[in-house]
Design a protein around this ligand. Structure first.
Ligand SMILES: [Fe+2]
Length: 347
């Protein structure tokens, strides 16, 4: 009997050391940037990382840049969306807006993980998330202060760092997703949330890298496939974060999710361009209303108002990219013979 207990105990100790080994290996691989693991302590207070907020955009208007608002005055949890004017072809504007947008999104992913991974249960995974928040928040705040066309060298330097950090974050999301799925990680982050945010990071990384190399073109099929799946998953996330009594909204969210899965599954060649744009605008409206109601506690849910605004901004990025495709199509039609969508053209 005693032997059996000892055997069980040693297996348990072995497993425990393997788990901590994988974490410490991971931490070592992260000793690359300005913020080193694992000695720093970061704390969350009132849902924010103490002393490190994501600064708002100061509202500067920049030629070739479009600033999106929810409409009217800026609301409490609203963050402005700063993207290229659709049809703009200035690579500096594309690179800066994309990098700024992504650093903000990555910082928020890290914050959501930190909020959803209890430090009392998963100390290492929680502090790793906070460190990612810290790195991306610094990058975002730095990028937010710079301006395209004026600060090109600094922007390039930050982009390099952003791409490196994103590679580590992609690995973190991959590892944590697997651990959550197998029960090695006990958190409130769905495996799909790790996967979803990893796909976003992988796509944004590829786009920023291309822009950094001066490649500005979007590919129609890629834009449609990527964003329709992201929108479908957002709708499903909303459904699953609502209070079980919010039946009407729950059904509406699920229906929206199904619509986007259908768009995702359809061959882009067969899709009406207006159909996609209309669906994107509908989901933007749905998310904007949900963000307002979540903030005002008019919806029963466990949705953080920042998450509601985060997914709203992503819908705007989708619309912005799609409108860019439309503008480029129009330009090429004016310049030469008509071009059709869905045939692997780039714009
Ligand atoms: Fe996201």
């Amino acid at each position: 009997m005693f032997k059996k207990i000892c055997f069980k105990k040693s297996i348990y100790m072995l497993l425990l050391s393997l788990v901590s080994l994988s974490f410490s290996e991971y931490s070592v691989s992260r000793h690359h940037g300005r913020h080193k693991m694992p000695h720093e302590t970061l704390e969350i207070e009132n849902g924010m990382v103490k002393g490190l907020e994501l600064h708002p955009y100061n509202g500067d208007s920049i030629s070739g840049v479009k600033i999106y608002r929810r409409g009217g005055n800026i609301e409490e949890y609203e963050r402005l969306v700063v993207l290229p004017e659709p049809g703009n072809q200035d690579v500096h504007i594309h690179l800066w807006t994309y990098a700024r947008f992504t650093a903000e999104i990555m910082a928020e992913h890290a914050l959501f993980f930190a909020l959803l991974i209890p430090k009392e249960i998963e100390k290492n995974a929680h502090s790793e998330a906070l460190l990612f928040y810290k790195e991306f928040a610094h990058l975002y705040n730095d990028l937010n202060k710079l301006r395209p066309g004026q600060d090109e060298d600094k922007i390039k330097q930050l982009v390099k760092k952003l791409l490196q950090d994103m590679e580590h974050f992609i690995e973190y999301k991959k590892q944590m997703g697997k651990k959550q799925e197998t029960g090695e990680l006990r958190s409130f982050v769905w495996p799909l949330f790790f996967d979803h945010t990893r796909h976003e990071a992988e796509r944004h990384h590829a786009r920023i890298k291309a822009l950094d190399e001066g490649k500005i073109d979007y590919e129609y099929n890629e834009v449609v496939k990527f964003w329709t799946k992201i929108m479908a998953e957002h709708a499903d996330f909303v459904a699953h974060l609502l209070d079980p009594q919010e039946r009407q909204l729950f059904n509406q969210a699920l229906k929206t999710g199904r619509q986007f899965y259908q768009l995702y599954g359809a061959s882009p060649q067969k899709l009406e361009t207006e159909g996609i744009l209309e669906a994107a605008k509908n989901i933007l409206e749905f998310k904007t209303e949900a963000a307002r109601k979540v903030a005002a506690a008019q919806i029963k849910s466990i949705i953080d108002p920042r998450l509601a605004d985060h997914v709203r901004r992503e819908a705007l990025k989708f619309i912005n990219e799609y409108e860019h495709l439309l503008a480029m199509k129009k330009n090429s039609q004016n310049a030469s013979s008509p071009v059709e969508y869905g045939k692997n053209e780039t714009y």
